[in-house]
Design a protein around this ligand. Structure first.
Ligand code: NAI
Ligand SMILES: O=C1O[C@H](COP(=O)(O)O)[C@@H](O)[C@H](O)[C@H]1O
Length: 262
């Protein structure tokens, strides 16, 4: 146990994947606007470290941030079809409030849940569906400019840019994880794109643990498992964070059955 790690959006899918794997390894502060049921809270977390609060509530965010060493910021509207008023409030304004409170509290590291949808428009009709297949060589590696799929993707690209600002002007270490498609137990079923960017629960927990432990300045990495099908490079995550994923969507049938049991 070390100084606390603040996890926003703790009750959601990504938050629960993280807590399911490293829930007992850190001194957590958990924040979500929805109350967390007991089974969502690791046994080692005291109820005083659970904050039911909205990330746009500056006072609540500052309270939760006090004494924190690292932040994993997941809270927001995750819907690719989310309307502008929601992503503006929850994803952009909420993220700016988190960054501002983090630098004021002297936080050292900040991991931001970005998305494949920040770059979804690279999936042009002339590249798809071939780019989702095993032997296709097209790769995005995090050095490319954002090309959002939708307004939700615009909000994620904006979060990455907020991180750039807070890193350059306040020396906060920032890693943006462009998460692919997180599903539990098996890759997305009968969905080539989803299988190319699958992130398993255990790889998700391991990746965000790397974000807490590694040393970095400002980074953009892709958050996917080591899938044979892939159009995102995970080399930067390996190199800078020490990410060493264990899962691969090729170990399942297209229908989502494990190959060793099929
Ligand atoms: N699940 C996935 O495959 C992917 C997720 N992401 C990103 O990861 C993050 C988490 O996504 P999921 O866990 O899938 O979503 P989710 O909807 O399961 O969880 C989000 C959590 O954040 C909370 N929340 C939402 N708005 C809030 C606000 N204004 N203040 C406080 N809490 C708030 C919700 O109550 C919920 O518990 C999101 O930022 C999403 O954009 C990015 C790419 C892929
Ligand atoms: O950013 C996100 O991406 C995943 C995958 O996108 P999809 O368009 O293939 O479904 C999505 O499931 C998740 O809700 C979203 O937050």
């Amino acid at each position: 146990m070390d100084q606390p790690v603040l996890l926003t959006g703790a009750g959601g899918r990504v938050g629960q994947a993280i807590l399911g794997h490293i829930g007992e390894a850190y001194d957590w502060r958990l924040l979500d606007r929805e109350p967390l049921s007991d089974e969502k809270i690791p046994a080692s977390v005291d109820s005083t470290d659970v904050y039911v609060a909205d990330v746009t509530d500056e006072t609540a965010v500052r309270n939760a941030m006090d004494g924190v060493h690292a932040v994993i910021h997941l809270a927001g509207d995750p819907r690719p079809e989310a309307p502008w008023d929601s992503v503006l409030r929850n994803n952009i304004d909420g993220t700016q409030k988190l960054f501002e409170a983090a630098v004021d509290a002297g936080v050292e590291k900040f991991a931001f849940a970005s998305s494949n949808h920040a770059v979804g428009a690279y999936e042009t009709t002339d590249r798809t569906p071939e780019m989702y297949r095993t032997h296709h060589e097209f790769r995005l590696d995090g050095t490319e400019l954002p090309r959002p799929s939708n307004l939700y993707g615009v909000s994620k690209a904006t979060g990455e840019t907020l991180g750039r600002y807070y890193h350059d002007h306040h020396d906060l270490s920032v890693v943006n994880v462009r998460i692919g498609n997180l599903t539990q137990h098996h890759p997305p079923k009968e969905y080539e794109r989803g299988q190319a960017m699958w992130l398993s629960y255990r790889d998700c927990g391991h990746l965000f643990e790397c974000c807490i432990e590694a040393d970095y300045g400002y980074e953009i990495v892709y958050g996917i498992s080591d899938n044979d099908r892939k159009y995102y490079s995970i080399e930067r995550a390996r190199e800078v964070l020490g990410y060493d994923p264990r899962d691969n969507s090729a170990e399942f049938t297209f229908e989502g059955e494990p190959l060793d049991e099929a």
